[in-house]
Ligand binder design. Structure first.
Ligand code: NAD
Length: 498
């Protein structure tokens, strides 16, 4: 072979490799992060994953250097360029106003869907639920995680729960498309819409709307409290479960834990442009640097990443080898059990055992086949035509330290004008005027509802006028919430007891 030919061949080979390689961003994180990331990358490379990576530094070191977001601006550039991010757990220092990097990453990159498969590996990993195979799909960007909190009076603080139609549509469609792709039979929705009729009510409504487009998939809705109890008791009754952010956060940890170990589960955070893959556990500082951590959670995240970037055959090879390794009884300390386990191994040795099993399949646990797996490509959200929005009244929130609601009503009635009258006062949502109960405990945070009486209407400028009048009467108004109807339907809660 002439040098010229060899040069051209090598150049072409390099070019071929470059175009078939996916560039991902890798962060080794804190605590056990570096150990489990090294073990994971070792398995990926041995299995033939076509990836190259850029490593960035995130977490404790960055936080403690004075950067409260835990990540440097240039690292964001790398994450946004590569679009795929494999992240080991990080330590968020306590106090000091440090922002959670996990939450910021999900929100900045629009990673609206959090996917957490929770599967029992009975009899090789001890669990009370041997046939559990549940996937939790959690909305990842909104709900109480909008992070909009205010102290409004001496006694009351508030956190805004924001649920949007696009947010609901995207996550619910993702859940149904996921179920369809993975050949799953049922999608369950968990909400608390018997109490939160607007926010959780919207989530449930969208679930019903979008669910009707998937006639082959069974659908059900559970109120979250009894649904969660059922999940903890009889997880085999569920298949795919979709839910708003906070419920999903709590229940996905419970679901992972009852499969046998929270240290075994991975998680995918999927957006329209970018994606992030991780273990669901934290940085486990108590066992850091000892080569005892289980790398399975991060490896599971990496397997989801390979499926997402179109390397399903490599993902399948790793997953089957991992199942075989667990089946062989080669276990890290966290899942090691006398009589079931055969060999207690460290982080790195576990990875070597998985590598040695590449190409093999489990014989008791179910072999996986990922041939149908590709990244789910969902249609972009299309904004609906605006509804007819009419102002029906206003809630004026007041900081007042008195105790008798009748006294407050008397003060607030001085603000009435143009047929706009005080119709109700609530305290923490419970109606205390007119006709409240003496027994109701009241804080210093009052909601005073003003509505026009029959034959009158209210406009935005009237709200300003009300506040002006309150100022003149020395009433401490904290905030207002406008009361609207949309297409003729009142869209605000009544006072409890109203
Ligand atoms: P943790 O998940 O780190 O640890 C809980 C327990 O599980 C510990 O006993 C730990 O030793 C064990 N454990 C966790 N992962 C394990 C593994 N792979 N193998 C074996 N044992 C494992 O939770 P924590 O102690 O509450 O949190 C520690 C730190 O992690 C905190 O700073 C927290 O903020 C952070 N955290 C980060 C993430 C993330 O980056 N995604 C998630 C959760 C917590």
């Amino acid at each position: 072979m002439s040098y010229g030919f060899e040069f051209t061949f090598l150049r072409r080979l390099k070019h071929f490799i470059a175009i078939h390689m996916t560039r991902v961003t890798v962060a080794k994180g804190d605590g056990i992060g570096p150990e489990i990331m090294d073990a994971t990358l070792k398995v990926l490379l041995a299995a033939g994953a076509q990836i190259q990576w850029d490593e960035i530094s995130v977490g404790e070191k960055v936080y403690l250097s004075g950067n409260t977001s835990g990540i440097a601006p240039e690292s964001w550039d790398i994450i946004r360029r590569n679009k795929v991010f494999l992240k080991a757990p990080i330590t968020t220092p306590q106090g000091g106003g440090y922002k959670s990097l996990n939450v910021s990453t999900r929100k900045f990159l629009g990673l609206y869907s959090n996917v957490r498969p929770c599967m029992s590996l009975h009899p090789f990993v001890r669990t009370k639920h041997p046939v559990m195979d549940v996937v939790i799909i959690r909305e990842n960007e909104e709900d109480l995680y909008a992070g909009i909190e205010h102290q409004q009076t001496d006694e009351v603080v508030q956190c805004l729960k924001l649920i949007s139609r696009p947010g609901c549509e995207k996550i619910v469609r993702y859940a149904f498309e996921y179920a369809k792709q993975q050949n799953r039979k049922k999608v369950t929705c968990f909400t608390k819409d018997n109490i939160m009729k607007q926010t959780d009510g919207l989530f449930h409504r969208v679930f019903d709307e979008i669910g009707s487009e998937y006639p082959d998939i069974e659908k059900e809705h559970w109120i979250i409290d009894i649904g969660a109890a059922k999940l903890a008791d009889t997880p085999e009754a569920f298949d795919v479960i979709v839910m708003p952010n906070l419920y999903g956060d709590v229940l996905s940890d419970i679901a992972a834990q009852i499969t046998g170990s929270v240290g075994m589960a991975g998680s995918a955070n999927i957006g329209e442009e970018c994606s992030m893959f991780e273990a669901i556990h934290g940085s486990a500082p108590d066992i850091a640097g000892q080569n005892v951590a289980n790398p399975s959670g991060l490896l599971q995240g990496a397997v989801m990443m390979l499926n997402h970037i179109g390397q399903a055959s490599v993902a399948e090879k790793i997953q089957n080898a991992w199942l075989k390794t667990l089946e062989d009884g080669i276990h890290t300390r966290d899942i090691y059990k006398e009589g079931v386990s055969k060999q207690k191994v460290g982080t790195s040795e576990f990875a070597n055992a998985v590598i040695a099993n590449l190409g093999q399949k489990p014989s008791v646990l179910k072999t996986v086949s990922y041939s149908a797996n590709v990244a789910l490509n969902l249609p972009k959200y299309v904004r609906k035509p605006s509804a007819k929005k009419v102002l029906e009244g206003v809630d004026v929130f007041v900081h007042w330290t008195g105790l008798n609601p009748d006294e407050l009503a008397e003060k607030m009635q001085k603000l009435e004008f143009n047929g706009i009258k005080l119709s109700m006062i609530t305290n923490r949502g419970i109606k205390v005027w007119p006709e409240g109960f003496e027994e109701t405990f009241c804080t210093d945070h009052w909601r005073c509802r003003f509505k026009p009486v029959e034959g009158y209407s209210i406009e935005n400028k009237d709200v300003v006028e009300l506040l002006n009048k309150a100022l003149q009467e020395n009433i401490d108004t904290i905030k207002t919430e406008n009361l609207y109807s949309f297409d003729g339907k009142s869209a605000y809660s009544l006072g409890q007891g109203q």
